[in-house]
Design a binder for this molecule. Sequence first.
Ligand code: C2E
Ligand code: CA
Ligand code: CA
Length: 510
Amino acid sequence: MHQFRIQIAKIRALHLIAAAALAVSVSVQLLAGVFPGSVLNSIAIAWRIETCGLVIALLATLAGAHRLGWTRRQVEARDEARAHLVERDSLTNAYSRYRFMELLEEKLKRIRSQQMAGQAPGEFTLMLIDVDHFKKINDTFGHAAGDQVLKTVVQVAAARTNWTVGRLGGDEFAIIIEDTDYRHILGDTTNFMQKLAELLRKENEKNGYDGVSIGLAQAPLHAGLADALLTCADIALYQAKRNGRNQFAFFDSDMQRTQIRERLVARELRAAILLNHLAVYYQPIVDHENSIVSAEALVRWHDPVRRVVIPPSEFIPIAEQSGLIDSLGEWVFRRVCKDYARSGFKSIAVNVSGAQLMHDQLVPMLREVLRETGCSAGNFVLEITETVALNATPTVINTVCQLKEMGFRLSLDDFGTGNSGFALMRELPFDIIKIDKSYVQKLGDDAIAQVFVSGIGRLGEMLGFEVVAEGIESSEHKILARGAGSTRFQGYLFGKPEPLPQAEPIAAKG
Ligand code: C2E
Ligand code: CA
Ligand code: CA
């Protein structure tokens, strides 16, 4: 625009020159009439000046016209390029965020007018898509792989006639679906996800594609304004991620309540970590003679206002989801290291969440806390659940190997809750297997549990693993678990998780 103004100014200057030349020419003519016989009166000079003025005026006008045409062409070309940019996303050819929002608002405006006029409003579904672990795709397989995934999402979605696809940014897409029939949407969304998996999970084209999470909301049923409708679809999307990703969820108002509650808990938990309202309880692990050989550290949250102890099952998932798990894990490990010397336990097992393994702060954090407290990694066991190990990405495998190199012993927790834990025993450097309590407690009357547990016992013996049976509540459980090859035992029979007497206060870490 600035350049355009300069051009206009130049044309004006040229016009000014032409006008001045003409004015001079006319003035000379007039003066010649007023002062006959003067030098100016010379017809030849006046004629030449006039001609000269007219020529200059003509040239100036021509140049101005040329300049103006050139400028207009420039501006038009630029506007065209800008219009295309605004209309479409250049990578995927989906509607740009700006244009998609315009379309969404237009649709909702029409619905509102129909409602005002007492007509049956048009309805539609808004779908929000988020590519699972997109950052990992880019980081591990390169930006070309990431681009390919984004392009395929749009290509598959846009192939449907009643889907209008927009890219909201990064790996986030929104789709207007001209349909609200639950069964149709269910079928179409499932097909869409299957088609994506088919195209992107080819053996020969490794791109790290893990799936997409999808949230769905309906207009005008859930909201009549664009922002509110997007929020509803976003709440459903969050729920789909929360349920384990690579799935879709329809919005409902309960979801909103759950998420508000979770956000509240996350805020209180953040404060609890800073204010040291957490505690670590220890549960003994015994050998076949019931002698304590180690203990498992289990976190608790003491709420001073409600005067209750909140169990980890209520806040660990929220900590994982909200990113607080890293500071929570650090708090627990520091507490355990500080407790170690006076605990009397030779070895203490600490739970490590899958979310911590996905982040790269874990190894430096453990190193730093060991250095700060003067503890040795060899005194600790890190417990990693089987489901996490089963879905181990290259980042997780790398971290697990680093932990082993640091000197920690590794335990495969909740063994049996995944499906193919046996393969992991060979692939990852675990030292201990903890059989999930759901198997141990069924040993008395479930033949499959008996075969499963004795299989692990035998394998442990062969490969040199320690096998811990969890959830031992009775002597019968212990006899059966021991008979099936377990060498260590943990459960209420030997002791519930308890705090150490008079835990030393720990300095808050901001
Ligand atoms: P987990 O690692 O499987 O821990 C064992 C759970 O079984 C503990 O529940 C323990 O109290 C319970 N338990 C022990 N013996 C028995 C028994 O004989 N019968 C029955 N029914 N239960 C028994 P808790 O303390 O509520 O912990 C629940 C889960 O929370 C843990 O399961 C672990 O996954 C997680 N968790 C606890 N502390 C931490 C922590 O510091 N960090 C992380 N990331 N997760 C933790
Ligand atoms: Ca555990
Ligand atoms: Ca366990």
